[in-house]
Structure formats: structure tokens, C-alpha cells
Design a protein around this ligand. Structure first.
Ligand code: ZN
Length: 304
């Protein structure tokens, strides 16, 4: 008993010391956490704030978020004002100087990604549009996943140089697995390239550009603005005119309007996941695309 106790105490100390030496990474979303884990493996500790089943534009702050931010060495955010409604006050209140905007522990991933829908005229949130700087749902193109992973490798290596080789090896391995997976996803989507779809929110421009789908209209009249009867009627008319049968809805939106549109047009509603953690079984970046592409393939098959 004595020996077992002593060993347990030693192990406890060792793991506590190990935890203290690990880079403590906090991400705004589970997608960034998944990519951080791909690169950082067990040489970093990763936690995310928003859950993948929540609308990342509108997250209700909780005291537990502050605790996470207080301990962070690095905070990785999506940027482009995705988190503007909830994250900035938490960063300030955390009092953690490392992760304040402009400091080395604050990393905005949007600067590394290919960004679509950048407005050519000034757009303000006063008009209700929650995408005023371009589309922030950019992680839904695997190429952007690769770019985010690369930027994380560089940042982790800068902050924890003794593990640079480890991070690089994991980044290279992730890239290879992603290239293989993309071949699989491309093959699955090949029969449906050029298909037109309606989506609830503008979450999918990067995904649809990458996999050859055409988004013709949105259930929301503007990003962040709930459906209106007049706009819903327009969507119904567009679907009938262009023979569009598929309406893609993020898991956190009310299904009543999409269902009524489907009923009026003979269409189908598919709840596609914009994020890792959107459902329990989708726990990494690969599973996210596997889930969505499987669902799209079965939905297109159903709608013919
Ligand atoms: Zn959005």
C-alpha cells in the first residue's frame, strides 16, 4: 500500500509538472481546437470556448470561459468579427496580458486563410449584416484547414521551440492525411458538381466553391437577419424556377421556415454541420467533412 501510494504521488507530481510545461492553447471554436490538436498532439493542452452545435456569431458568455482565458498562453480566434459579439469583453476581463489583441498570445487565423465575399463597399453591423469584413466561415475549405494548421505549427514552434520538430512532423502527417481524404471527398461529390442549393446562413461559400456546389439564395435575407415572409416567398419562387430541391440548414436554426419552404417546393431539408462538435460523433476535422459529404450525397440521391 505504502509503495503504491508513493508511486501514485510521484506519478501525480510528474503529470502536474508536465501539464505546467505544456503550452496552454485556447481556441474560440472547436474547429480551431481540432486543428490545434492535429498539430500539437499531446505536447500542448487544447480547450475551446464555443461548442460546435452553437451559432458562433452568438455565444452566451459563461464564467467558465473566463477561467479558460485566464490560463491561456495562446488564444486562437476565427476573426473577421465572427466572435465580436461575445469574445472581446471576455479577453479584457481575463486580465491575461499574453492574449490581449496585438500581443504574441493572440492569433487571428483569418489572416492565413483564403477569404471569400469581401465587401467592395462599406458594410456595417448597423445594417444587421454579421459578415462585414468577408465571410468568416472559411475553415470549411480543407485548403484553409491546411493553412490554419501551418500557421499553428509556426506559432507553437515559436512559443515552444524544443518541440518544433514534433510539431512539424505532425503538420506534415496531417497534410498527407488531408490530401488522401480530399481525393475521397472529391470522388464522392463528383456526380453532384454544379448542383444548386439554398442555405440558411452564408456558412458555406468556401465549402461550396471547393466542392462545386452553387448557392443560389439564403433563408436569411442577410447574414444574421431572421427570415421574413417576403424573402421566404422569393426563395420559394427561385427554387421552383430553377428546380432546386435541397435546403441546407445549420443545426442551431429553427427548422420551421426551411420546412415550410421544402413543403412548398417538394424539396428536402438537410442539417449540415458547419463545425466539429456539431453532433457528438464528429470530433475531428476529417469527421466533419466525412459527415457533411455523406449527408449531401444521400440527400442528392433522394432528391434526384
Ligand atoms: Zn456567419
Amino acid at each position: 500500500m505504502k509503495i503504491a501510494g508513493a508511486v501514485a504521488a510521484l506519478l501525480g507530481c510528474a503529470s502536474a509538472a508536465e501539464a505546467a510545461s505544456k503550452l496552454n492553447v485556447v481556441t474560440a471554436t472547436q474547429d480551431l481546437a481540432a486543428l490545434a490538436t492535429e498539430v500539437g498532439g499531446d505536447h500542448i493542452a487544447v480547450d475551446s470556448i464555443a461548442r460546435g452545435y452553437q451559432d458562433p456569431h452568438f455565444v452566451e458568455p459563461k464564467p467558465s470561459f473566463l477561467l479558460k482565458l485566464q490560463k491561456a498562453d495562446l488564444l486562437a480566434v476565427v476573426g473577421l468579427q465572427l466572435e465580436i459579439g461575445w469574445l472581446p469583453p471576455l479577453i479584457t476581463q481575463s486580465g491575461n496580458s499574453k492574449i490581449q489583441v496585438g500581443n504574441p498570445g493572440y492569433l487571428d487565423m483569418s489572416q492565413f486563410a483564403k477569404i471569400l465575399e469581401i465587401p467592395t463597399t462599406q458594410v456595417t453591423r448597423a445594417e444587421g449584416d454579421v459578415h462585414p469584413l468577408g465571410n468568416p466561415h472559411y475553415w470549411l475549405d480543407p485548403e484553409n484547414g491546411r493553412r490554419i494548421a501551418k500557421a499553428l505549427r509556426d506559432k507553437f514552434s515559436e512559443m515552444q521551440p524544443s518541440d518544433a520538430g514534433y510539431f512539424n512532423q505532425r503538420y506534415e502527417d496531417f497534410g498527407k492525411r488531408l490530401t488522401d481524404a480530399e481525393k475521397r471527398w472529391d470522388a464522392a461529390m463528383a456526380p453532384y458538381r454544379g448542383r444548386k442549393v439554398i442555405t440558411y446562413h452564408r456558412s458555406w461559400p468556401n465549402f461550396c466553391e471547393r466542392f462545386g456546389l452553387q448557392v443560389v439564395d439564403y433563408v436569411e435575407p442577410k447574414p444574421g437577419i431572421p427570415p421574413t415572409p417576403a424573402h421566404t416567398l422569393e426563395v420559394i419562387n427561385t427554387m421552383k424556377r430553377d428546380n432546386i430541391k435541397l435546403i441546407l440548414v445549420e443545426p442551431y436554426f429553427d427548422l420551421r421556415t426551411p420546412n415550410s419552404i421544402a413543403q412548398a417546393t417538394g424539396g428536402t431539408v438537410a442539417v449540415l454541420l458547419p463545425s466539429v462538435g456539431g453532433v457528438k460523433e464528429v470530433t475531428n476535422y476529417f469527421q466533419l467533412f466525412d459527415y457533411d459529404i455523406n449527408l449531401l450525397v444521400s440527400s442528392f440521391a433522394k432528391t434526384k
